[in-house]
Ligand binder design. Structure first.
Ligand SMILES: C[S@@+](CC[C@H](N)C(=O)[O-])C[C@H]1O[C@@H](n2cnc3c(N)ncnc32)[C@H](O)[C@@H]1O
Length: 201
């Protein structure tokens, strides 16, 4: 049995801590693989919007592998690899992606601007995820319908040509002194927000 952490030691104002009911059916336990499959199937039925990613020179293979696994988990269907983004078959990509690349339709397009046009022609609204002038905070970004998220390089971000080719730009607010997020984390947060919008009651 776990001992609840006293509100005072959680930091924050105890008056703002909402009481939650205890989990139904006793303490939580990890789901078995068959239960996870059933749970995923339920969420798949509630998910209609298409999700794609465009990577503009995401250079580190382990970042690509992480993005691929998260994209596959959120039911993304297409992935455009642009600039110097490594090949999906790179061994270090596979070590992190763990075979999830098989769920994605991967296209190599050297020009991120042309990839954005291809995504738009395929029916996606292309939204760059970048700390850029004129960008909307993630919670206010136009993320309904079929969305292709464009993600930039670890050092220099999205190229100007890409930013000029997209339908909208969004940023993830950082209430801190941290300059930016790891690219795979930023991509994951944006993908989760796209799905959250669709699932919101
Ligand atoms: C490490 S950042 C790029 C460097 C960043 N432009 C800088 O100068 O610090 C790599 C990529 O992660 C994404 N990213 C990281 N933090 C972000 C944030 N807070 N909002 C939106 N995108 C972010 C963007 O796609 C960006 O191109």
């Amino acid at each position: 049995m776990t001992t609840p952490i006293p509100a005072a030691s959680q930091g924050g104002d105890p008056a703002r801590q909402r009481p939650y009911p205890p989990p139904a059916g006793g303490p939580a336990r990890q789901l078995r693989p068959t239960d996870v499959k059933r749970l995923n199937r339920d969420w798949r039925r509630r998910t209609e919007g298409r999700l794609a990613l465009l990577l503009d020179s995401v250079g580190q293979p382990f970042n690509l592998g992480s993005i691929v696994r998260t994209a596959a988990a959120f039911g993304a269907d297409s992935l455009w690899l642009c600039g110097n983004t490594p090949d999906i078959a790179h061994p270090s990509v596979g070590k992190v992606a763990l075979g999830t690349e098989r769920f994605l339709d991967v296209t190599r397009e050297p020009s991120p601007a042309l990839a954005a046009k291809a995504a738009a022609a395929a029916g996606y609204r292309v939204v760059a995820v970048e700390l850029a002038s004129g960008a909307l905070p993630l919670a206010e970004a136009p993320l309904d319908g079929d969305i292709c998220l464009a993600i930039g390089n670890e050092d220099h971000g999205c190229s100007p040509a890409l930013l000029a080719a997209v339908d909208a730009v969004t940023y993830i607010p950082q209430p801190s002194r941290v300059g930016s997020l790891n690219v795979a984390v930023a991509a994951g947060i944006a993908m989760a927000e796209v799905r959250r919008r669709e699932w919101a009651p």
